[in-house]
Design a protein around this ligand. Sequence first.
Ligand code: SIN
Ligand code: FE
Length: 313
Amino acid sequence: MSGLISSQKPPSHHPFSAAAEAIWIPANADAPTRAVEELENGKIVMLPYEPFRLTHEEEAFLNPDCLDPGSKSIKYSPTQRKIWGAAEQHKNSTALAGLMARYADFARDLVNRLLPRYSAALIIGNGSLRPVEVEGRVQSKRHDDRLLHVDSFPSRPTQGKRILRIFANVDPSGKTRHWQVGEPFADVAARFAPRISAPFPGSALLMRLLRITKEKRSPYDHYMLHIHDQMKLDDEYQAAASRSDIHFPAGSTWIAFTDQVSHAALSGQHAMEQTFFLPSDAMRNPLLSPLRVLEALGCPTLRGLTAKGGREG
Ligand code: SIN
Ligand code: FE
């Protein structure tokens, strides 16, 4: 596994070495096996020595003024080579498109090297540049990522596919990104799934026809979206849920299945992120997927749903 991580050991003072929810994996021959095992078990895999560096020119985009008013991030589709959410004067910037494309390549290269087992099945989704300080950001509860949640996208049903995200703290001033990680997905699901009623027949097709969703919202997506919303809307849960703090240093990179890891971003500015989708049956242990966990809890409409079907761009 040469070249994966440039140092064999994290420095002893490294703040995340103590957090059980974030695992640092040494660069040896076992790294791909370990990474898959840890990720599928709901851990965050840290790659602190794989920094994504911005050029001096690109650092100019680390500024909330580069955003379209109302957006909290600049989004990029590597397949369509298209940008959303940028302010008028940056919409057609080749430097900005170049930065976004370079981050997508960086993330793809990282997953190919660290997670070769997934490579053939992974579907690349959108990436984002997040130049707004998270602390103090005003959002509705549903949009507030400072509240513990698992990821589920209202307009992008995954139909059972996993959401794998590669984050990089690119803050040039050296500020850490502070996350909290909550209880395991099985506990989250056991708490919230019984409160969710099954989708009404025909709703998925209606949402697709009305273009609320880009794909048909499967029963799986229905449950995941409701779990996401109910977690964020439950003040008592937010106040009482057990959690651990993780401080991602500037220059660090981390990977997680964010549909499974209960997470909240509390502070930090300037991160980049690339999303991938993975069919659940491409996992080493599909029984650990949210789909199978929900099925095991007896969410009735999920039975027989396979992880296949649908596209994601
Ligand atoms: C999130 O996915 O909840 C936000 C993570 C971040 O911006 O650090
Ligand atoms: Fe999230």
